[in-house]
Design a protein around this ligand. Structure first.
Ligand SMILES: [Zn+2]
Length: 140
């Protein structure tokens, strides 16, 4: 399973960033994973505990995956479609000739440091209240 190697590599890169930027801790690592980059997101999740097993610094660090859909544009009719869903064939004209638009990405998108937890909770609560109010407003 090459996902384990990838996750180890991610940990290594983030460790270096943490040292350079003098981060006290890392709360969440956001990875951008394209559907077509050859990495299975579920495996990354499964490998994560093993990758940080001997790294106390990452004890409370979560891995978050931002999956980018594998989209392509048909060269024959111009239809834009999901490559995985249609197994590479244009759903409109059945052509296999296409240009990939997205889905090959694999990168560390964000490294989030822990914020003051109280502040975070308060903002989450006020957001909930706001949405309850807005459901009662009539027409737009
Ligand atoms: Zn087509």
């Amino acid at each position: 399973m090459h996902e384990l190697g990838i996750v180890f590599e991610v940990v290594k890169v983030v460790e270096q960033v943490a040292v350079v930027q003098n981060l006290p801790a890392v709360d969440t690592i956001v990875l951008q994973v394209g559907e077509l980059c050859g990495v299975i997101p579920v495996y990354l999740d499964e490998c994560w505990p093993a990758a940080i097993d001997k790294k106390p610094y990452f004890k409370n660090t979560k891995l978050k995956l931002d999956v980018v859909p594998g989209m392509a544009k048909c060269r024959n009719c111009g239809e834009v479609f999901n490559v995985i869903a249609y197994e590479g064939y244009c759903p409109k004209c059945n052509s296999f000739d296409k240009d990939l638009l997205s889905g090959r990405e694999f990168m560390i998108k964000e490294i989030l440091v822990p914020e003051d937890e109280n502040v975070e909770e308060e903002s989450a609560q006020s957001a909930t209240t706001d949405s309850t109010d807005s459901t009662q407003s009539k027409g737009e």
